[in-house]
Design a protein around this ligand. Structure first.
Ligand SMILES: [Zn+2]
Length: 372
């Protein structure tokens, strides 16, 4: 039985269910990022209450601290972090290639780099990336890929596509954790021909799902969304599609409208740590003095633990005084806001009204002029 079932489509937008060893994920789904086995400042019970269905863990960081063997010894990542729902782990490829000044050598066999923890020379191969994720016991494992930054010469993009396919072939049948799904990652940057090649080559290998990698790496938004359309068009319809690294409300809506089923980003929690809230009035920077006497919640339409009890004025006070509760409340709010937004998209797809829902949501998300 296939792990993914499409339940509704509306234009290119899709609703479905991804079945994993730790439960079902209703898609489209936003995946909060728990880089180091924690979604920063948020308890797993709180995550569940926010409506999070699946969280993301990071092989690169967990490999170095505390190490996959230690986590396996303590029962795997689910037990270690006390989250019994689905977990997706990335392969570490994005970290290795995005920290360009730590990259030492990349060849057909693997990639050598300096660890961000202690500067020691380390090597990742497709086999090691698979082994780390088998030990972590995640529900969805990602293939190690080559992820070049935006603007590299075509020859470099082409080599990334070739090597990513070669590595995917090596990873496809490696040992997995019980019930673990494995997704391949397509590359090709903004180049339509390379996107097609990457997607088609990987599709023939029949993975459980496909990620769109190598986007959201510093390029402009319009060509990025065009490339997303190309990437999804070349992927097999019955398989889930995961856009790696998008989490702003507008961006999430744009990729859903292009046929993406899953996405992740640190944006909601990172934005919280800068003192900002995602709202239907645009992004609010709570450090702004205009909130000093504002009795309203962060967002009138939000039912999160922050909005149900606290005013903007209070959260602004916490943020300006660098009280930890301020970051926590903003993290809870931002995650809930995004999860609710994606849930709204799903419902709109199911009733065949996605386009009007999308236009309305994008209009509401546009910041209104502020009166001073
Ligand atoms: Zn809220």
């Amino acid at each position: 039985m296939s792990a993914f079932e499409l339940t509704a489509t509306d234009g290119a937008a899709r609703a479905g269910v991804l079945r994993t060893a730790h439960g079902d994920v209703q898609t489209p789904a936003f995946m909060p990022v728990g880089t180091k086995a924690t979604v920063k400042t948020v308890d797993p019970d709180e995550l569940r209450a926010l409506g999070a269905q699946i969280v993301l863990g990071n092989s690169y960081h967990l490999h170095f601290r505390p190490g996959e063997e230690l986590i396996a010894e303590l029962g795997g990542l689910h037990a270690f972090m006390s989250w019994d729902g689905p977990i997706l782990t990335d392969s570490g490829g994005f970290q290795v290639f995005s920290l360009r000044d730590t990259l030492l050598r990349s060849d057909d066999d693997g990639v050598t780099f300096r660890s961000v923890y202690d500067g020691s020379a380390e090597r990742f191969t497709p086999e090691l990336a698979a082994r780390i994720q088998e030990q972590l016991g995640s529900d969805v494992a990602m293939c190690l890929d080559i992820c070049p930054p935006a603007g590299v010469p075509r020859a470099e993009l082409e080599q990334a596509v070739r090597r990513t396919t070669f590595w995917a072939q090596r990873q496809r049948d490696l040992p997995r954790a019980p019930g673990q799904l494995r997704f391949a990652i397509t590359q090709g940057g903004l180049d339509t021909e390379l996107r097609r090649r990457s997607s088609e080559e990987l599709a023939t290998l029949d993975f459980d799902g496909y990620a769109i990698g190598g986007l959201s790496v510093g390029e402009h938004r319009v060509p990025m969304f065009e490339a997303t359309s190309h990437a999804t068009a070349f992927l097999p319809e019955p398989k889930p599609r995961y856009f790696m690294g998008i989490g702003d409300p507008e961006g999430v809506i744009e990729v859903i409208s292009r046929g993406v089923d899953m996405f992740d980003c640190v944006l909601p929690t990172r934005t919280a740590r800068t003192g900002s809230a995602l709202t239907f009035e645009g992004r609010l920077n709570l450090r702004n003095a205009r909130f000093a006497r504002d009795p309203r919640p962060l967002d009138e339409s939000c039912a999160c633990p922050a909005c149900s009890r606290f005013s903007r004025a209070y959260i602004r006070h916490l943020v300006t005084q660098e009280e930890i509760l301020g970051i926590r409340l903003l993290s809870l709010h931002n995650l809930r806001f995004l999860i609710d937004l994606v849930c709204g998209a799903r419902q709109a797809i199911e009733r065949g009204a996605f386009e009007s829902w999308r236009d309305d949501a994008l209009l509401r998300l546009t910041p209104q002029p502020v009166e001073h």
